[in-house]
Ligand binder design. Sequence first.
Ligand code: HEC
Length: 127
Amino acid sequence: MKATLLSSLILCSALASPLSVQAEEGGMTEAGRQIFNHHCTACHSLEPSKNSFGPNLIGVVNRKAASMPRFAYSEAMKKSGITWDEDNLRKWISDNEALVPGTRMRHVSITDKAEQDYLISFLRSLK
Ligand code: HEC
């Protein structure tokens, strides 16, 4: 009885921190949506197959780079040969100009591992 009380107290205090609350089911994707709204929506539309200043990102996870029709990619992006797997997405959002020198996308630098996880989780949910 005593032990149960103690372990539930420990559990409660662990859950009380904002990060672990956000990380609960779907919370990661939701946190990613907020990061996306803050850093990416200015140039990337969430409407299906609509390009804006940047190419549409629906279904981008595991898509080949520069494969959206009717979008004027940079030569650098067309020649990159990249597939947007998780590893490349992580590199892209932490320093896009290092991954594809000469890209037209403005520099972004999301280096926090948890923020990258949230953002990638959100990108995965875009289908
Ligand atoms: C200032 C506008 C701008 C912002 C802000 C921006 N992007 Fe981009 N993004 C672009 C442009 C332009 C391209 C095309 C780059 C090229 O052709 O070199 C691009 C390309 C991409 C691609 C490659 C897509 C493909 O079809 O190959 C991904 C992935 C991407 N952006 C993700 C993001 C994410 C995630 C964020 C937020 C952290 C973000 N972008 C913020 C303008 C932007």
